[in-house]
Design a protein around this ligand. Structure first.
Ligand code: BZD
Length: 857
């Protein structure tokens, strides 16, 4: 509302001058008001779900105050902004995290206990927003938490999928996928912004025209979808800054054509509307390969275009803005290849819409954009058919060709013609011509980064060797940099494991470790202190009891809480080798069976939990799930062994499941073939919670080992530089199979885990085993690509070392403390500081505390 306000502004200013108070009574009042007025419940009759929603609204009020004031502060300070573009955010539940970060734990607890409610019960009512597949999406969520905590003026942009990652059910031992309509009756933590919308065009054609004597391109026709913003406030811990995660929802661009109501086109109108909404309907549940699906490219362009329009609008709004200042005011991070159409879209917006000349626009684009690679697997680097792009994004294809033309010219001038030119081109020739999005990203970026030291080296040597050569030739050695991943200690220690958080706070005398994990080094002085050992073991025991309750209630599984808890939770993939893990479980079972009852009693008890989702079309991964379930059934029902070894596939692994499982582990498995896991991040979460790692020299395991000490890890398997040689031998068939593994294979082949009762499963299991033993035949190799057979004996050895070490409880406890206290490097606070300094050039902009806020504390 604008114009003469007759004192309205002043009046509103007075009315709104005070923040919502945070004492328990005010929280209760606010809660009751929301129950009654926002949710239309009565104080006398409401469900726990209503209570959760009302409590969510109480928090939302406070989040909004902070979000608005933080935005105003950033604008006033005219700071450089960072924008994280990611097709996925695996944020997990909001409520507990928001309470912790807003520093409301105590008053909330009091307020709700006084009303006869436990906070944990409220937390349990929240749907777990799973707008991501796995590590990449969860990393983005941890980044947001750290950016806010460091008071970095950075926003996230993404897609508000109506359906997130599917819910995994297990039926007859097999994965079934169920839709996840996480929004339900609405999420109290998100703020719809019907006023913030942008048009996004698809299809149509490009017209050439002349304007003021200049040749210009106009992209016209096609269809327009509106992107509508949904804001998700991201509060920082120990700061008054709250940042924003802005997710876009696709809406039809025009409301119903009223005439259509009375005409035959009514159906068409509805169909059009639906089609627009389909765009942001569902997350693709694929975490490695891309299906080449048109809708996926539409989703990518949709959110990238809306985000760039939004951030450029913010830039232009600044008084007397100059385009030259764009790189001083804006840094964009592209999370994997998914948002890399941003290179072409930024050029389109600058050249076609803002009328900058090409060279100037290119300089600005290249200075603002950056690209993170998350995988060494070539099949994950997206390539879109030229034909598809030409239809859907005709102007972008022109722009990409133009970028490529200039790029190829440069290469030819430097190196002359040769195979390296085709290798470096953005366009891949072949039966189906394709646009290589990885190449577009690298050419259009200021910095490129890998996510762990070994991964960054692999990028230079194997994924993009020709680019690295180009960079070195150009004196740009630092264009490819390493940014080792991390995790946020707020969610993964403080919220997931309050008992451990209390121990740290007690020993350090403050919560400072939560924003500076180097402080935890003090714990090393106490790593042999019996008093600390008692507390530490009690903490683990408590976590195991919670896990046991949870397993009982979610899957009716009973576990021995004194057993060693061994967990592998991550997406199911051949390279992550859940297969090797279950083969080891079978081996352990066979060994137990051979023993006398007396000998068995001397064996370390173990509970092996494996969880994770398989992409719906990933046949082998689904067979592995079935195998795990069938093995579990046999082992858990064998009266000879069930006391000593239990195994279970935990269905529907997700962020909230991880928060229960991770704190309870003694060991966790991070056993990918060396050189295949870019980083891994759950390894960091487990160790921060005092779990030890059984792992290969891969991804961030290597750096964790350096920080925590080799004695805290059970390392096995071949090294990355040995893989090619071993693999060559496997292909030739010169591959001895360890007799213990052979015994496992025999047992599977003999039908122990399926047999005649399940002929289909039996055939699948046999095919998996026989494939492992395949040599190369007729040019192709469908064998033991991930060297399960080679690494198996050393895996058994590592597990034996685990058992041996675990016998000595105080030694184990010492290692657990040592490891957990040495994890400062793996806080996303460190990671974000590095991105801010090395890649973005962004400084913290901490909101000052005024007296009122101080008083409120
Ligand atoms: O990214 C993962 C890697 O596999 C991990 O090693 C690494 O730790 C994390 C974070 O850097 N990659 C993914 O999770 N990838 C995806 O989820 C994904 C999703 C869609 C399409 C392609 C990949």
């Amino acid at each position: 509302v604008e114009g003469q306000d007759g004192g309205r502004m002043e009046k509103l200013q007075q009315l709104m001058a005070h923040y919502e108070p945070n004492d328990p009574e005010s929280i209760q009042k606010s809660f009751a008001r929301h129950l009654e007025y926002s949710l239309a419940c009565t104080r006398f009759s409401f469900t726990m779900q209503d209570a959760y929603r009302a409590a969510g609204l109480v928090l939302r009020d406070r989040l909004l105050e902070s979000l608005n004031d933080t935005n105003t502060w950033y604008r006033e300070q005219d700071v450089k902004r960072g924008y994280y573009l990611s097709a996925e955010y695996l944020i997990g539940r909001h409520m507990q995290n928001a309470i912790a970060n807003l520093d409301l734990e105590q008053p909330f607890k009091e307020a709700f206990e006084d009303l006869g409610m436990k906070l944990e019960d409220l937390f349990g009512e929240e749907a777990d927003p799973a707008l991501g597949n796995g590590g990449l999406g969860r990393l983005a969520a941890c980044f947001l938490d750290s950016m806010a905590t460091l008071s970095l003026p950075c926003w996230g942009y993404g897609i508000r999928y109506s359906y997130g990652m599917f819910k995994q059910g297990i039926k007859d031992g097999r994965q079934i996928e169920e839709p996840d309509f996480w929004i339900g009756d609405g999420c109290p933590f998100e703020i719809p912004r019907p006023d913030v919308t942008y048009p996004v065009r698809f299809y149509g054609k490009v017209e050439e025209a002349h304007e003021n004597g200049q040749k210009v391109s106009r992209w016209v026709g096609g269809e327009i979808v509106q992107a509508m913003a949904y804001d998700n406030p991201i509060p920082g811990f120990d700061t008054y800054n709250t940042n924003n995660l802005r997710l876009w929802r696709a809406c039809p661009s025009e409301e119903f054509d009223l005439d259509a109501f009375s005409s035959a086109q009514f159906q068409d109108a509805i169909t059009q509307r639906r089609k627009a909404e389909d765009l942001s309907a569902v997350l693709y549940p694929n975490d490695a390969t891309y299906a080449g699906k048109e809708l996926r490219l539409r989703q990518q362009y949709f959110f990238v275009s809306a985000s760039l329009q939004d951030l450029l609008r913010e830039f232009i709004k600044r008084p007397n803005f100059k385009w030259e200042e764009l790189p001083q005011k804006v840094a964009v991070q592209m999370n994997d290849t998914h948002p890399t159409i941003a290179v072409a879209e930024m050029m389109r917006l600058l050249v076609d819409v803002q009328k900058l000349d090409w060279d100037r626009a290119w300089e600005l684009t290249r200075q603002c954009l950056n690209y993170t690679n998350h995988t060494v697997m070539p099949e994950a680097l997206e390539k879109w058919p030229v034909e598809m792009m030409e239809r859907m994004l005709p102007r972008h294809l022109q722009i990409i060709y133009h970028i490529n033309g200039i790029w190829i010219q440069k290469l030819l001038q430097r190196w002359g013609d040769g195979p390296i030119i085709a290798a470096l081109s953005i366009v891949e020739e072949g039966d189906v011509k394709k646009i290589r999005m990885g190449h577009l990203a690298i050419i259009g970026s200021n910095k490129i980064n890998g996510v762990a030291a070994i991964h960054t080296e692999i990028i230079k040597k194997e994924t993009f060797p020709e680019f690295y050569k180009w960079c070195c030739d150009n004196g740009e050695h630092n264009k490819i940099v390493n940014m080792t991943n991390g995790v946020t200690p707020r969610r993964w220690v403080h919220c997931a494991n309050p008992a451990l958080s209390e121990i740290f706070t007690e020993y350090l005398g403050s919560q400072e470790w939560l924003t500076d994990m180097t402080k935890l080094k003090v714990m090393l002085d106490y790593k042999e202190d019996p008093k600390l050992h008692d507390k530490w073991m009690a903490m683990k025991k408590g976590c195991k009891a919670k896990l046991a309750d949870w397993l009982k209630s979610t899957m009716d599984l009973e576990i021995d809480q004194d057993a060693l808890i061994d967990i592998q939770i991550k997406r199911i993939h051949e390279y992550k080798r859940q297969l090797m893990n279950i083969l080891f479980v079978i081996h352990r079972y066979l060994e137990l069976k051979k023993k006398s009852p007396g000998e068995r009693a001397a064996v370390q008890k173990r509970v092996v939990l494996i969880g994770g989702k398989a992409a719906s079309a990933y046949v082998n991964a689904k067979i592995i799930i079935k195998l795990i379930n069938n093995v579990a059934k046999v082992i858990n029902n064998d009266p000879d062994t069930k006391q000593y070894l239990k195994c279970a596939f935990v269905p529907n692994y997700c962020v909230s499941a991880a928060q229960v499982m991770i704190p309870a582990s003694d060991i966790s498995e991070h056993i990918s073939t060396a050189g295949t896991e870019a980083s891994g991040t759950s390894n960091m979460k487990f160790v921060m919670n005092g779990g030890l790692i059984v792992g290969t020299m891969d991804g961030a395991n290597i750096e964790i080992r350096e920080e925590c000490g080799p004695e805290t890890m059970f390392i096995f398997g071949c090294q990355e530089n040995e893989v090619a040689g071993i693999s060559a031998r496997a292909q030739e068939g010169h591959y001895p199979i360890d007799s213990r593994l052979q015994a496992v294979f025999d047992e599977i082949r003999n039908g122990k885990f399926a047999g005649q009762a399940e002929p289909e499963a039996q055939a699948e299991f046999e095919s998996i085993v026989s494939r492992l033993c395949n040599a190369r035949a007729a040019g192709t190799w469908d064998g033991d690509k991930y060297l399960v057979i080679y690494d198996f004996p050393s895996f058994i050895d590592a597990q034996a070392r685990v058992d041996q070490t675990y016998k000595n409880k105080s030694q184990w406890c010492k290692l657990s403390i040592q490891a957990a206290a040495s994890m400062a490097q793996f806080s996303t606070d460190r990671t974000m500081r590095e991105y801010a300094k090395v890649i973005w050039g962004i400084e913290p902009a901490r909101r000052p505390v005024d007296e009122e806020m101080q008083a409120r504390k």
